[in-house]
Design a protein around this ligand. Structure first.
Ligand code: HEM
Length: 447
């Protein structure tokens, strides 16, 4: 019989450890790392016994492990997004579906979205007040929701307006339900899950209408994800079912919207506290450059990762992970924030210093805001391009005013960690003569 060897960890009761996770996750994890080293075992509600790691070699081994040994963390977003969502799929089926979903967010198709994102940013920021503090996050949420809706469905229209109205509340509600047991019977609007399912049926009806409309068009001329999925065929020649398409599209909308917006809100929060950098970035944007901006986005994601743990579920007894031998059913959580604060990987790790990434691509198993390996975020290139275009557009149209206020604290919104005050901005609009021309087509998708 294999002997299991788990890292050491606190012996506090599960509810007490759970309280630490809920109230002070990062502080609690830092304390445990100081006490037990870079791997420790916790016992928390939802996951039970979970091994937390932050060593890049162990994370790489986990992220690239065979799906016979390791699968996505349980529970995961698939519970609310549907059984056809990438989050819920496993093994070969997951690999197959990923192969279909990744191309629309890369290469030539990526460049096509740049203009839309710049237009969305100009339209949204037109309402920004001058010389008055306001949270940037609501604007960033609207820009990223519109950008992903357009990328997924192509043209605008009534259906998109309906989705724009329903999705934010759905995401907020669904992420709170993530950990609640799913009832065997549907109690309709009297139960939390019932309410979520009612909203889901409304979403399905909207997607049905969009599919009917798309089917009447020449799909070859369209570049959006819906058109691509409608044309895709399995090996036996059969098309993807409407339910599968609806699950995929919902996953992209949910996963691609809040994560990108909260990272952008953190970018505003960080930049205002680094006036010299802010000046350099504004000059660079005027001159049509982007290297410092790309490095800055990478550093924002290192120092303020909006998803702070990425999880996996061990599916084979005696799985050997680095120094440890883990039992079947064990959860492994890769602590993104702890890895990003490791002095051996990033000297002076708590200092916000984009120059560490100037002209240097991050190592994708040491810099992991998008997770890693078989399940690494398929929207990473799209999100990177999007953040680049939004920041570039803001820097060209506005002077962002620096502040000496202390940094904003982290606040969990369910899916992502946001700045607690929403990334407070104070801006001054630049005169049209001072604005440089647009440089569409130059926003790289670096990492
Ligand atoms: C800054 C923005 C974003 C961040 C920080 C982010 C982060 C993540 C992380 C940490 C994961 C889990 C990866 C893993 O388990 O190893 C993930 C998965 C995923 N993300 Fe993103 N994401 C972002 C934007 C996007 C966008 C724009 C899209 C859609 C276009 C997207 C779609 C997805 C999907 C579908 C998955 C599930 C992948 C799978 O299980 O195979 N994300 N993302």
């Amino acid at each position: 019989m294999t002997t299991m060897t788990l890292p050491p960890g606190p012996s506090l009761p599960r509810f007490a450890q759970g309280a630490v996770v809920l109230t002070a996750r990062l502080r609690g994890m830092r304390r445990m790392r100081a006490r037990y080293g870079d791997a420790f075992t916790v016992n928390v509600p939802i996951f039970g016994r979970a091994v937390v790691i932050s060593d890049p070699d162990e994370a790489k081994q986990l992220f690239t492990a065979s799906t016979d040994l390791v699968e996505n963390v349980r529970p995961n977003l698939g519970r609310v997004l549907g059984p056809g969502s990438l989050f819920a799929l496993t093994g070969e089926e997951h690999r197959e579906q990923r192969r279909l979903l990744v191309p629309p967010f890369h290469g030539r198709r990526l460049a096509a979205h740049e203009r839309t994102i710049e237009d969305e940013t100009v339209r949204e920021t037109a309402t920004w007040p001058e010389d008055r503090a306001f949270p940037a996050l609501p604007s960033m949420l609207r820009i990223t929701l519109n950008a992903i809706l357009r990328a997924v469905f192509g043209a605008d229209g009534d259906e998109l307006a309906d989705l724009r109205e329903m999705l934010p509340a759905w995401v907020a509600y669904g992420s709170r339900l993530l950990v609640l047991p799913i009832p065997k019977t549907d109690l309709g609007r009297w139960s939390p899950w019932g309410r979520l399912w009612i909203a889901r049926r409304r979403y399905d009806a909207i997607v049905d209408r969009l599919i009917d409309k798309a089917a009447a068009e020449d799909l070859d001329r369209r570049d959006d994800v819906l058109a691509l999925l409608l044309q895709s065929r399995y090996d036996d020649g059969s098309p993807m079912s409407r339910a599968q398409i609806a699950d995929h599209l919902l996953s992209l909308l949910v996963a691609g919207h809040e994560t990108t917006a909260t990272t952008l809100a953190w970018a505003i929060e960080r930049l205002r506290r680094h006036p010299a950098l802010l000046r350099d970035l504004a000059e660079e944007a005027d001159a049509g450059g982007g290297a410092l901006r790309e490095a800055t986005i990478t550093e924002v994601q290192r120092t303020r990762p909006v998803i702070d743990v990425v999880g996996r579920h061990v599916t084979a007894d005696g799985y050997r992970l680095g120094r440890w031998t883990l039992p079947e059913g064990c959860t492994v959580l890769v602590a993104v924030a702890l890895m990003h604060e490791d002095e051996a990987l990033f000297p002076d790790p708590l200092t916000f210093d984009p120059s560490r990434f100037l002209g240097v691509r991050p190592d994708l198993y040491q810099w992991i805001p998008f997770g890693g390996g078989r399940r690494r975020c398929p929207g990473a290139a799209f999100a990177t391009m999007e953040m680049n275009v939004v920041l570039r557009t803001v820097l060209r149209h506005f002077t962002l005013m620096p502040t000496t206020e202390p940094g904003e604290r982290r606040h969990s919104r369910g899916v992502a960690n946001a700045p607690a005050k929403g990334g407070v901005a104070v801006v001054r609009r630049r005169s049209p003569e001072a604005m440089p021309p647009s440089t569409i087509g130059t926003a790289g998708a670096r990492p």
